[in-house]
Design a protein around this ligand. Structure first.
Ligand SMILES: [Zn+2]
Length: 161
């Protein structure tokens, strides 16, 4: 038996003002996307914005349903919309933010495992890394240069062989 360790790398910014202009703008687009959230049950709104190679920005938000498992996270709403309509225009980066009136969010909200897996597959499909920006409106931003940072054991079909 051997013990193994994996290190992950991401950048930690104390304010969006430390980001480059494109990244800062994308974080603010994710904030705008919060308005489209349908979250009457959790009261937890999540906004996501994708910046495509063409410069186009796509917005998405979490969509809940009274039949709870029928809802979907903002990230997957964004990625499936991209996959269905814009997959010839690679995703350069993705910003995610969240808001609730129920308690203060003091740190960036991280994506769930299901969303990370979908990000990983689309990243592989487009053959280019997707930068991920997790933005806490209180200030902090975590930025990863690709999905591997947040999902080092991502599942791929070729792992089945
Ligand atoms: Zn998710």
């Amino acid at each position: 038996m051997t013990n193994k360790e994996i290190k992950i790398a991401f950048e930690d910014y104390t304010s969006i003002d430390e980001l480059n202009n494109d990244d800062k703008a994308l974080c603010l687009e994710a904030v705008k996307a919060l308005d489209g959230s349908h979250s009457p049950y959790s009261k937890f709104r999540v906004g996501c914005a994708l910046r495509l190679q063409s410069g186009k920005i796509l917005h998405a938000s979490n969509q809940e349903n009274v039949a709870y498992p029928s809802g979907l996270c903002a990230e997957r709403v964004a990625l499936f919309h991209w996959g269905a309509n814009h997959s010839d225009d690679p995703i350069l980066s993705m910003a995610v933010t969240a808001h609730t009136d129920n308690f203060p969010l003091l740190k960036p909200v991280t994506s769930c495992g299901g969303c990370l897996q979908v990000m990983a597959e689309f990243e592989q499909k487009q053959g280019k890394p997707i930068e991920v920006l997790l933005y806490c409106q209180k200030g902090e931003v975590w930025k990863a240069k690709g999905i591997q940072s947040f999902l080092p054991f991502m599942f791929f079909e070729n792992r089945l062989q």
